[in-house]
Design a protein around this ligand. Sequence first.
Ligand code: SF4
Ligand code: SF4
Length: 343
Amino acid sequence: MNQDKVAEFFERAQADYDVGAKTRDANGNLVYGRPVAFDDIAFVDEQPPMSAKAFALPQTETLVRYEREDEKMRAEGPEAEVRDVLLFGVNMCDAAAFDVIDHVFKWDYLDDPYLDRRANTTLFALACTALQQDCFCDRISYAEDGVDAVAYGLEEHYLVKVQTEKGRKLVERYQDLFGGEDGDAEAAIKTFREKAGTAKKEPLLESARAGLEKAFEHADWEILASTCIGCGICTYTCPTCHCFDIQDEGSAVGGRRLRTWDHCTGRTFTAMPAHQPRDRQYKRYRQRLLHKFWYYPERFGPLLCTGCGRCITYCPVKINIKELVEYFGGLKDTPPGGARHGK
Ligand code: SF4
Ligand code: SF4
């Protein structure tokens, strides 16, 4: 696609899809949102602090509304999503994360609200031209083939790689805006990724798995993870964290049942009336890390991480998940920074 066709693509897509893309909020902060005009879109490598997961898993959603009518209760919900969504120009780490978390939403229970939104969503990623702050996607071999289409910015045009049926339908719909086949597209993509630094290198973090399985009782968890303050920033910004809570709001005559994001680093996450199995903060952080790099891949295959680096960038106490995986996974002998944090 020539660069001068991108605006027309967006404008025509807006008639057919609810288009999500990177844009700026009223304060100028980069966010995934719904641009009104083409000029509202931010075509930048930089990741918004919040990932794109809210398009399929909103931070809060109503599952059921209930109301008393005479002596009966009437319940309605969940509310159906009506429009197809196109996520346009999304970072690869965010686009690929949907495939990773799909496993849990169609595992022992089919989560219709999530799965319906996923079925309605087409992922059109824009490949980064450089690694971003703290990201390590080059060291994690997550699958990208579930991303429907990917655009690689070459000299004067975008090379668009179609990867799924949804991607094929998207390109066919606006066929006249796309040129013909690129010559050796795979070679061009390889060169693009090598130049950007995003080509997959030795998948270090997968190698840590065997070490992590022996490290559950490692004494240094308490030292290195006790600085976590349980703020939840790492989980809320993460494209693959998906834990949620369900709460009721209302009264005996009417109200609603809500699903809201939750976070495993919080003090009450696993608390029961008489017992809290993760009774220390380091145990809660350990759970987050081991879930991503051991339990989840053991159950479903992929790591629960696409290496976006947000949890490193935004952690207020500078806990670095990559360095901790390397250390507890036995890939490095010295703890992060050589530091021994206070208990
Ligand atoms: S690891 Fe950092 S960002 Fe995550 S909960 Fe702990 S303090 Fe907050
Ligand atoms: S665990 Fe951290 S680096 Fe991995 S996907 Fe989540 S926020 Fe990104």
